[in-house]
Design a protein around this ligand. Structure first.
Ligand code: PMP
Length: 385
């Protein structure tokens, strides 16, 4: 008997057989503009030739190399990441998924501070493994699981004074504050500047680490290499995933040296972390990000897409707001977006939901002005008037 696939997400009813840059094709030959991108993983395009070539070469050279051994692919990836890492974050740990990288970041914070409490925010999403899940807001995802009890949730974009008081109350036992610069799964909500500044200042005053989760926002998606650059704050630990390997599963934690060192000496490990094929993908992805000026292209395409949506949806009764940063855009539609997503798919545009009422668009950076028109008119045509 053939095993039943545990899909976890609701099925979308199409079988994808091919992808190239911003497009995917189904088994009937129908082409889609992909603004779903596997939850944002294909931000650098499907089968981007620069990444495919480098990965293919690595497959013929060396596929497995434990962290106990050195290998060129990993050395190259560390050098590549150093080109894009904030300069004060001089250490890197690799992992395989966003959740695993968040888990690693939290372990670093606990190990380094010797404290247990965490602050996270309402609406946050940090992953499905148990520590990452504990710092995730959605109670539906946590129901029935043994999540950690010492996570305090404060209001995202809350009043700066409230945020400061909430963090100060935990002084002496707070290990870290973890925050997304733009809530992704939580509804595509960019942080306000005064909120983000208050979070960073209060964390530092409380002697706690600031973990910025850029699994979704990082690598140029929001129009800057790192979304936290918009806010003038400096993370102690930065978490990166999704597009980091151009679609190959790989994630990373960038940290200040003394913080990162707290997990050394046998306190952490992961069989596939730093896998040479994933490392080759990282090096190639960084070459694309810097060589193709990805943040600037995402900023330009994102502002086109946002204005196209705003003008197409002007006066639409169901639309509460079009918001986002760069190529991370949400259309808040005051209702379950599922039928809208289905209708867009029928019209050849893939997108995904965020929160309870948001149509989220996460297209690859190379979308053209005509792709933007196609996406905006599909959204307009699919929102009931
Ligand atoms: N953090 C953020 C901000 C995310 O958006 C996600 C994934 N949506 C994760 C962590 C978890 O990543 P993964 O699904 O790769 O474990």
């Amino acid at each position: 008997m053939e095993a039943r696939l545990l899909r976890y997400y609701p099925g979308r009813g199409i079988r994808l057989v091919k992808g190239y840059m911003q497009y995917v094709w189904d088994d009937r030959g129908k082409r889609y503009l992909d603004a779903h991108t596997g939850h944002g993983a294909a931000f650098l395009g499907h089968s981007n030739p620069a990444i495919v070539d480098r990965v293919k070469r690595q497959l013929g050279e060396l596929v497995v190399c434990s962290l106990s051994f050195d290998c060129y692919a990993r050395e190259e990836a560390v050098r590549a990441l150093s080109r894009i890492a904030p300069s004060h974050l001089d250490s890197v740990a690799f992992a395989n998924t966003g959740s695993e990288a968040v888990e690693t970041a939290l372990k670093m914070a606990w190990a380094y501070t010797g404290r247990r409490a965490l602050v996270a925010f309402r609406g946050s999403f940090h992953g499905r493994t148990l520590a990452a899940l504990s710092a995730t807001w959605n109670p539906r995802y946590k129901a029935g699981f043994p999540v950690l009890g010492d996570v305090v949730f404060l209001e995202y974009n809350g009043d700066p004074g409230e945020v400061e008081r909430g963090i100060k109350r935990l002084e002496g036992r707070l290990a870290a504050v973890i925050v997304e610069p733009v809530l992704g799964e939580g509804g595509v909500v960019p942080a306000r500047r005064d909120f983000m500044r208050a979070v960073a200042d209060a964390a530092s005053d409380a002697g706690a680490l600031l973990i910025i989760d850029e699994v979704q926002t990082g690598l140029g998606r929001t129009g800057r290499l790192w979304a936290h650059e918009y806010y003038g704050v400096e993370p102690d630990i930065l978490v990166v995933g999704k597009a980091l390997g151009g679609g190959i599963p790989v994630s990373a934690v960038l940290a200040r040296g003394e913080v990162a060192a707290s997990l050394e000496g046998g306190r952490h490990g992961s069989t596939h972390a730093g896998n040479p094929v994933a490392m080759a993908a990282v090096s190639a992805a960084v070459d694309v990000i810097l060589g193709d000026d990805v943040p600037a292209k995402a900023a330009a395409a994102g502002s086109l897409l946002k204005s196209a949506l705003e003008s197409e949806l002007d006066g639409a009764r169901l639309v509460r707001e079009v918001r986002g940063l760069g190529l991370m855009i949400g259309v808040d539609v005051r209702r379950d977006p599922t039928p809208i997503l289905k209708c867009m798919q029928d019209r050849g545009v893939l997108a995904l939901r965020a929160g309870v009422s948001v149509v989220r668009l996460l297209p690859p950076y190379m979308v053209t002005p005509s792709d933007v028109e196609v996406a905006a008119s599909a959204v307009e045509a699919c929102i009931p008037s």
